[in-house]
Design a protein around this ligand. Structure first.
Ligand SMILES: [Zn+2]
Ligand SMILES: [Zn+2]
Ligand SMILES: [Zn+2]
Length: 298
């Protein structure tokens, strides 16, 4: 009997999470008091229910609890709990802290992992190999770097493969990729970070249509252009949630019929507040608001 393959949303916040270090904004203050308001950085889990093999897409600063949730039989409602899960690998989108800093937990001071496959682009591999402390993970064999190329499919298991897609995103330390996850029944796009959808050749529309995406998890870091107060938002370009919804709308107008889920919310983004209000905001615009713990059968 073929068991199911599931994708789990293990985090929906921007790299710094909520509450963010040193922040006294009402949203972060509330999250210090009420654990239900905590939001972990964006992270996707993949589980092959037949073999128990599981993968993390991005290693965030919340790696310990996200790994625990990935491997725990208690997460999700319809996962085959009979098969124990094991970490079969980690895929990394790029070298910003919310997406790879969690690798530190695999090293000698913590897990002392053995040869965990870490799937990365060539530029990400060069970064991890050249710089401490990441270099030590490679040298001690805690991780085993597996280099992928954009546009070339990556086989994770018999029933799961991933297509890396290069995305335009400020490349201080590495280039950036989105992933199209091919499950036995559906295709899921994981795109937590992108500067602008318009910078993609053919826009988001072409990406969703060409890859026949069923479920798209999309960068919607900010809600309002003035959200960062005194900081210049041009230094951290990301789509506004409304821009993401407009890009999704253009895809729908061109015949795309999938589900669009917004993720990677900055601590300043009001979509993190009242779930009902956020849902209503999304419903009006044809998008869903990513919620931690959500899962998609793929
Ligand atoms: Zn990010
Ligand atoms: Zn805050
Ligand atoms: Zn980034």
């Amino acid at each position: 009997m073929p068991a199911d393959v599931d994708a789990l949303l293990l985090g929906r916040a921007q790299d710094g999470g909520v509450p963010q270090a040193g922040c006294r904004c009402p949203r972060c203050t509330a999250a210090w008091i009420d654990p239900a308001r905590v939001a972990r950085p964006a992270c996707l889990g993949l589980v092959d229910g037949a073999t128990g093999e599981s993968w993390l897409v991005d290693a965030t600063p919340a790696f310990p609890s996200q790994l625990r949730d990935l491997l725990s039989d208690t997460v999700g409602t319809h996962v085959d709990v009979a098969v124990p899960r094991l970490l079969a690998g980690i895929l990394l989108t790029h070298a910003h802290i919310g997406h790879y800093a969690g690798l530190v937990h695999l090293g000698r001071e913590a897990m002392g992992a053995r040869a965990v496959p870490v799937f990365v682009s060539a530029s990400m591999a060069a970064f991890l190999t050249a710089n401490a402390p990441w270099r030590q993970l490679v040298e001690l064999g805690n991780i085993d770097l597996c280099v992928f190329a954009a546009g070339e499919p990556l086989t994770l298991s018999e029933r799961l493969s991933v297509m890396p897609v290069a995305v335009p995103h400020r490349a201080e330390w590495s280039d950036a990729h989105a992933f199209v996850v091919h499950g036995p029944t559906r295709r899921l796009l994981w795109c937590p970070d992108i500067d602008r959808y318009d910078d993609l050749d053919g826009g988001l529309r072409r990406l969703l249509l060409d890859h026949r995406i069923d479920v798209a998890c999309l960068d919607a870091t900010f809600l309002d252009a003035g959200e960062l107060g005194g900081r210049d938002m041009r230094n951290v370009p990301h789509p506004l949630a409304g821009d993401t919804a407009v890009a999704v709308g253009a895809a729908r107008a061109a015949g795309w019929g999938g589900e669009a889920w917004l993720i990677h919310f900055n601590h300043t983004n009001a979509l993190l507040d009242d779930a009902g209000a956020a849902e209503a905001w999304g419903r009006e615009r044809g998008v869903e608001i990513g919620m931690e713990g959500w899962q998609w059968r793929i």
